[in-house]
Design a protein around this ligand. Sequence first.
Ligand code: UTP
Length: 300
Amino acid sequence: MKVRKAVFPVAGLGTRFLPATKSTPKEMLPLIDKPLVQYVVEEAVAAGIEQVLFVTGRSKRALEDHFDIAPELESLLYDKGKDKELSQVRQIAEMVNIFYVRQKQALGLGHAILCAKEFVCDEPFAVLLGDDIIDSRIPCLSQLLKVYERHGGTVLALEKVPMENISAYGCVRATPLEDRVYEVLDMVEKPKKSEAPSDLAIIGRYVLTPGIFPILEKQEPGKGGEIQITDAIRTLAHDEPIFGYEFDGVRHDCGDKLGFLKATVDMALKRAEFNGDFLEFLRQRLGPLDNMELKKVNAS
Ligand code: UTP
């Protein structure tokens, strides 16, 4: 069955990015000139998704407005003859059919996905996290959907991460099946480094089957007192196959300040309008830093 629907859980509190996220959704932070979540919606649309559900919470109005029409702004841009900007603004509202549901309390990613049950019905569906930006030639979700078309079941995006960082992720025990494809045998949410079954971390793209919902309905809170999707998929693995795909691309964890900074620099350097002046600015800044490093080495 074709995957037509995508769920975007965007109801998290974004505590790692406070105070910026006190009243602005984390997913609306701009990477250069586009909110993070727009990059991810564009990825979903490029992968053939026809309907998007945002699972929102309080303080997420800005996100709803961003994907709505903006009559005053549009007529102003029209009057000023700013055609390029006008078509950019219009295109956001026309990109895809968007639906909304509220997660009344931020009880965890698993709980946020459960809020999508009525929207999804009995179809396979995608889940995309709006703060994981994946820069790739082929959209990351298209890569997962290809695996889904071949094997069915649940498909998780995987990335090898340094073992010192593994306890920030869900981590899988898996055996390789074919190029980049794994059969996932077990998984654990945020393991201690010493207990992690591998260096393969689960990243913010999933293809899930509706079989996940009855499990989520009964799922007890796990790590951090939150209802974890990893725990529910672990139970689903008793009945359905779970696959992992080590996607081809560069992921930026933009829910984290350092990741966000790196993404901003990386994306800017890829754009012709910035790779002259901005590169020169970085060179100037890094020049003195290099000298400082040399001074430190000489002093020691
Ligand atoms: P994160 O843990 O990265 O987001 O959840 P967070 O909780 O907002 O951020 P921090 O850790 O406090 O800084 C992954 C994704 O799941 C969504 C978040 O919005 C994010 O996109 N989420 C998380 C929900 O929608 N609901 C929840 O209850 C928890």
